[in-house]
Write a protein of this length. Sequence first.
Length: 423
Amino acid sequence: MDMAADREQRVPRVVIVGAGFAGLWAARELGRGPAEVVLVDRQNHHTFLPLLYQVATAELEPEEIAYPIRSIVRRLPRARFVMAEVQAVDLEARRVTGDGLTLPYDYLVLAAGSAPHFFDIPGAAEHAFPLKSLEDAVRLRNHVLWCFERAAREPQEARHRRLTFVIIGGGPTGVEFAGALAELLRGPVAADYPMVRAGDVRVVLLEATDRLLPGLPDRLGAYALARLRGMGIDVRLGAPVSEVTAEAVRVRGGEPLAAETVVWTAGVRGAPAAGRWGLPVGRGGRVPVLPTLQVPGHPDVYVAGDLAYLEEGGRPLPMIAPVAIQQARCAARNIRRQLAGKAAVPFRYQDPGMLATIGRGAAVAHVWGKQMTGFPAWVLWLGVHLVNLIGFRNRLLVLVNWAWDYLFYERAVRLILPSPGRG
């Protein structure tokens, strides 16, 4: 039997690299179809990244925003999961290799996600805490709590640098983390460490542009600014960072800001692995794709989520979960069309809006063409995130922790746990 006939008889295989929002939703869409689906990720869990900052600020446990990938895949009759780190992608031979594994494919979906983008700022990669994984969040939580443990043993005059917490980046993650951190430090932590005066603790948010939340209307950015400043956060706009050291943050044209804790939320770039795999990499480390999400010259290869670079209306699509999920569904639909002998169709993003919480009982929302602030926006934010969490147990635990925090002004997970790296 020749190879062409053999290819016609065997079940086609779709390999999906990455189990973030894009990879997982692509597997869900394809896992009941005519093709065999192999989902590959170096971790055995999916992390709900929009709530990662709440792990770092002791509001949630890591396992409350993570869900085992195998528990999801086992419900899909045509899908299986492989825990491995992809080391090479051979587009010509149509195979993926890594950790001693070789996976031939008929169609490939690359959804490897993103990594922190430090914009070549000296010292940022070495000294700033990123917030892109569960490990990052636990490490940061450990570090923040250790700062107070150490400060409790020090004289008051030695606490200034140790208890200054600088957040770089005024997008949704930076705003949400700043608000949650301020509430943690001035609430439960202040009660735990009565020997530390409130004036010793300082939270600073640095944003290079002239406003917060640049993806939202000006009114919502102004509300976030007023809300954060009302919480005692030192928000500095037009403050581009020029260097980060182990002891300070330097702002262009300004005096060094002494701080032991610097948190980086200023940007992300496509996963560096794409370049190592030989894929064309463009702006922001992302892979330029056709409107159909296919890699030019390789109609069997799709890129979805943060790794994909596609413009609409002259602007690149944002690196957020709704884009990743919609692109995953489009890629899956196009693969099914190709299996049926039909042409792939272009991707069109349907913007569901954006939300950001700003501490207890307040948020901003731009949804359905309307702008909302305050408590109604906060309730909407709660509902959207609960609905999108995977797993009933996770939803229940998160809801209980949120209710406990709201009713009793308490953070239940102020634990310093073993973790790799600093902290």
